[in-house]
Ligand binder design. Structure first.
Ligand code: UD1
Length: 417
């Protein structure tokens, strides 16, 4: 089992190159299944979730080549339509393969997806939308047997703007008969990235990034070359890490407009941020508390940035009230932050953080991907040494964080135990 050993207290200064977005690459990998040709995907993050998605594609029979941050996928010989339970459990986004398999084969067999434990994560919105398009779904022995030889376009109003459901419907609808209109669709930038990828393959989709996505079914899709957008949550994490250590850094290859909500909160907290093209500079001397953070669907404050930002607010002057509206149980990192001397009072979906002057190092455990990022941030700001265990959670979404942070002057080692 690997751990991160972090000696805190060093200001982070320098340049960071931001990796491609995890939440884009996963649906895009699934989307390669609907192409009759080779897809070349650039700026692909080298994280364990990417490897899981590639394993799913290989298991289904795809030809996959992976060199550096470029992945080539050719699904022309894919005949299989069943994803093994062990792979489904490795990550939540495995469920996105359902829409893509239905599009390709008119059938799919999957089990319920795994992923971070953030409370119940049902897939009812995905399944009812697919049923509306003509898919029959039978649940037996913990597996979902899905059949939809003729997928029909229709109107799908979502009860909640679910990111995964929006993506699954787009994939199922891309080669369906007629037009599908998703209303109350998720507006996340990764939805737009998926739309762009599918359109580059010859799909006819518009509206991604707004609440209404219109997908006109087409007959065939070809391969294409696509560059994945920068990861806005990784950007958020490194912004918080720099601010927590009162540092000064330049983030390169990012997309500042995807981080509007966080950037505006960081400015209120006294950080200086400058944007230019794909560059984002942050400098922080004196950190004030944000007072109130409410997670919301995009373009609101992202639930994925809640934990990293809480790590930061632990060392800000004043108190911050967090309200987590997206996931029921996304505060597992609090108990670990408390071990480092953080003053946090959780109550249901609310958590009140009173900033302290200094945190202290302690042995802590990453509880999930973003909770693990919160611990890294707190550890970088703390006095003394913190050892973070279960870092496989962090490796699901961050490409070699120890190298990135070391380049900024942090003292961090990946150690084997
Ligand atoms: C995606 C992101 C994840 C992010 C989340 C919210 C990927 C790979 N993951 O996850 O990082 O935290 O968006 O921004 O892109 N819900 C239902 N029924 C459903 C589907 C969702 O009740 O069928 C609920 C969920 O339990 C949750 C909320 O809707 O409370 C948001 O979920 P959703 O937007 O679907 O998140 P994911 O696509 O799983």
């Amino acid at each position: 089992m690997q751990r991160f050993r972090i000696e805190g207290g060093k200001s982070l200064c320098g340049v960071v190159d931001i990796q491609g977005a995890k939440n884009s690459i996963l649906p895009i990998m699934a989307a390669t299944l609907v192409a009759d040709g080779e897809c070349v995907i650039e700026n692909c993050p080298d994280i364990s979730d990417t490897h899981t998605a590639l394993e799913i594609l290989r298991t289904l029979g795809a030809l996959v080549k992976h060199r550096g941050n470029t992945v080539t996928v050719d699904c022309r010989n894919v005949l299989d339509y069943e994803i093994p339970d062990a792979l489904m459990r490795k990550m939540r986004s495995s469920v996105i393969f359902l829409g893509a398999l239905l599009s390709r084969h008119g059938k799919a067999v999957i089990s319920f997806p795994g992923g971070c434990e953030l409370g119940p994560r049902p897939i009812d919105l995905h399944l009812s939308a697919l049923e509306k398009m003509g898919v029959t779904i039978r649940e037996e022995f913990g597996c979902l047997f899905c059949n939809g030889t003729v997928l029909e376009g229709c109107e799908i109003p979502l009860a909640f703007p679910s990111v995964g459901a929006t993506e699954n419907i787009m994939l199922a609808a891309v080669r369906a008969k007629g037009t599908t209109v998703i209303t109350n669709a998720a507006k996340e930038p990764e939805i737009e990235d998926l739309q762009n990828f599918l359109n580059e393959m010859g799909a006819n989709i518009c509206g991604a990034g707004t609440g209404t996505v219109v997908i006109r079914g087409v007959n065939g899709l070809t391969g294409c070359t696509h560059r994945v957008i920068p990861d806005r949550i990784v950007t958020a994490t490194y912004l918080c890490a720099v601010a927590a250590t009162r540092g000064n850094a330049l983030l390169r290859g990012t997309c500042p407009q995807h981080n509007r909500a966080l950037v505006s909160v960081l400015r209120q907290c006294g950080c200086e941020l400058e944007e230019q093209g794909d560059l984002l500079r942050i400098a922080c001397d004196n950190l004030l508390a944000a007072r109130r953070i409410r997670t919301m669907p995009y373009p609101g404050f992202p639930t994925d940035a809640q934990a990293p930002f809480m790590g930061l607010m632990c060392v800000a002057k004043g108190s911050t009230v967090f309200v987590e509206t997206i996931f029921e149980n996304r505060y597992k990192h609090i108990a670990e932050l408390q071990r480092m001397g953080a003053h946090i009072t959780p109550e249901g979906r609310v958590a009140v953080v009173e900033g302290v002057r200094r945190l202290h190092g302690a042995p802590v455990q990453a509880t999930d991907l973003r909770g693990g990022a919160a611990l890294m941030i707190a550890a970088l700001a703390a006095d003394g040494i913190t050892e973070i265990s279960d870092i496989y959670h962090i490796d699901r979404g961050y490409e070699r964080p120890e190298q990135v942070l070391s380049q900024l002057g942090a003292s961090i080692l990946r150690v084997e135990h």
